[in-house]
Design a protein around this ligand. Structure first.
Ligand SMILES: NC(=O)CCC(=O)C(=O)O
Length: 284
């Protein structure tokens, strides 16, 4: 395992033209790879404006045109690519899905958002993804020569147990394509990333779309990378940009040895774990 490597979180300006979005993503992936990034992450909903009214129109299967374009970009630039997310059509269902590619352009994993964004804050924001989307049923992790990586999407970051289990399973980097908004963004976006990083002593990174004040959903932006000490080591404002950070797994190990939480858990009092296969409500 290589203990130091660069990641890039692409805060891309997403518009209404799907071909335009795919071309923009490909250009930014090239730029990030030229800057030395080995793992590149795009934002939630990078091929479509974010919003339930857009999902049916922009939805497509995986594999499909968007995932094939991203497979080609991963291969051309020889990078691991977490291709943000797209509305994925599968039979009569639509998921919010992140396809993940290796440097050969092969899809190595796919995450379907497991916690749908259903909130109602009167006078501020109401979103009910579940009116259109179906939830995924699996946690998503993939291996790289650097470390094992966990992937979840946006609202998934609010569920601490998911990050804990991915950490228990050996992930040292958790990547969250996401699109927080102008109400919960300033209140919770950074706090959640720092919380997940500090509790689990892992690196946590997010990629948001750039803010478009003309869009029906205004993204908060502020894509970031947080280290296992809970420090924001790289971030940005609301505009289109690429957030880079050097991941240092020796530093992570140093922190884990200095503050040895992993040996101090009271499993006699509590335990966070996956349910047994037979207890899962629906088959995978
Ligand atoms: N797209 C999302 O899941 C948004 C999540 C969000 O804004 C939150 O507050 O949580």
């Amino acid at each position: 395992m290589m203990s130091k490597f660069k990641i890039a979180m692409v805060q891309m300006a997403v518009g209404t033209s799907k071909p335009g979005n795919l071309a923009r993503a490909a250009a930014l992936i090239k730029e990030a790879s030229s800057a030395g990034a080995k793992i590149i992450t795009l934002p939630e909903c990078f091929n479509s404006p974010y919003g339930t009214k857009y999902f049916p129109e922009y939805a497509e299967p995986i594999p499909g045109p968007s995932s094939e374009a991203m497979a080609a970009a991963a291969k051309e630039n020889k990078v691991f690519l977490v291709a943000g997310s797209i509305p994925e059509k599968c039979g009569d269902k639509i998921y919010n899905s992140s396809a993940i590619f290796n440097p050969e352009g092969e899809m190595v994993a796919m995450h379907r958002k497991v916690h749908l964004f259903d909130i109602d804050i009167p006078g501020k924001i109401r979103m009910q993804e579940s009116e259109i989307l179906s939830p995924g049923k699996q946690m998503t992790m993939f291996r790289t020569p650097y470390c094992q990586v966990g992937v979840a999407i946006c609202y998934d970051i609010r569920f601490a147990e998911l990050a804990q289990i991915m950490t228990q399973k050996g992930c040292h980097l958790l990547l969250y394509p996401g699109a927080f908004n102008m109400t919960t963004g300033p209140a919770h976006w950074e706090l959640l990333q720092r919380g997940r990083a500090l509790d689990n002593q892992v690196y946590v990174a997010t990629a948001s779309p750039a803010r478009d004040t003309q869009a029906s959903y205004t993204a908060w932006g502020h894509s970031s990378v947080v280290n296992p000490w809970g420090e924001v080591i790289s971030t940005t404002d609301e505009k289109e940009s690429i957030v880079y950070a050097d991941i240092d797994l020796e530093r992570m190990e140093e922190i884990r040895n200095q503050v040895p939480l992993r040996n101090q858990r009271r499993h006699d009092l509590y335990r966070v774990s996956e349910p047994a296969e037979e207890d899962r409500r629906e088959e995978l």
